[in-house]
Design a binder for this molecule. Sequence first.
Ligand SMILES: [Zn+2]
Length: 331
Amino acid sequence: MPFSEVLNQPAATAYLQKSVLGRVPQALLFCGPSGVGKKKAALEFAKALNCQDPQAREKGDACGLCAHCRAIDAGTYADVVVADFLYQARLELKKEPGDKSYEEELEKELAKQQRIKVDTIRDITTKSQQKSAVGGWKVFIVDEAQSMQAEAANALLKFIEEPPQKTVWILLTDKKAAMLKTILSRCQPLQFAPLPDSTVEELLRQADPEAADPALAAKYAQGSLTRARRAAEALEILQSAPQGPAWPAACAAALPRTMAQARQSAQAVLDVVTLAVHNAWTAAPDETARKELQQALKKLENYKVAVARNVSPALTVETALMGLDKWRVQI
Ligand SMILES: [Zn+2]
């Protein structure tokens, strides 16, 4: 039963299942940290609304096996659209899949994405007005909804106010406070909670069987699979580099080659280190040690700001890690 695949979100999934059987809201806002199952739940909802299996439909659920369920899973069902940064990157890349170096250029385009733009919203609102090919429910999912440019949010507003029949909009956000009030007031909010460490660990093992130290990555993840994936990558870098005086430089050299990826990876390394320093701070034996570690945390915050700007990720990681010995922090 596919709704059961959305782990540890009983309140949200129960609400969605009830909606499938009763009244479907015009617009929903899924709020909660990234990597806790918001997108997964939105897709399961889309499947439950369009499933062809009468037994599953009776329960407000999806079978996961019929042609509609499988097409939604594969991202090929025309009436269910996930407008995320990947979708936007594909729209912006003036190439077709199969063209020379398509994947490579798509990755570069994806790394540049920071906001959902008005052209992307116009693309999906146009789709929302087209006639459905199969006559089922149309579901439009906007990821990172808080990142919509003001023009994009305003363009969307009209459509979530008065959607065509059998159309539902689902906005996903991890920063509800950053959303426009006019959008918030028109959406039914649904809260998603951080996941328990054990669930994050299980999901990480499923998503990436090769992930470095899933149990430790889950501890660093604060209930989010996205953070767990990044933490696993950071741990791989921190734990694979040979220990000793050259460790900071070796970790810096292990960052990915492309600048956008190196920046992301450096942020993850700094996040893992910050949590390790924070843990050391909570266990500090005396006031002097606590003060030192507090200073260290301040410095790390500055390093994170530097990486987000134009400072070299490798140089920042190397400098940040050089301080760890002094603070007696273990990763
Ligand atoms: Zn089905």
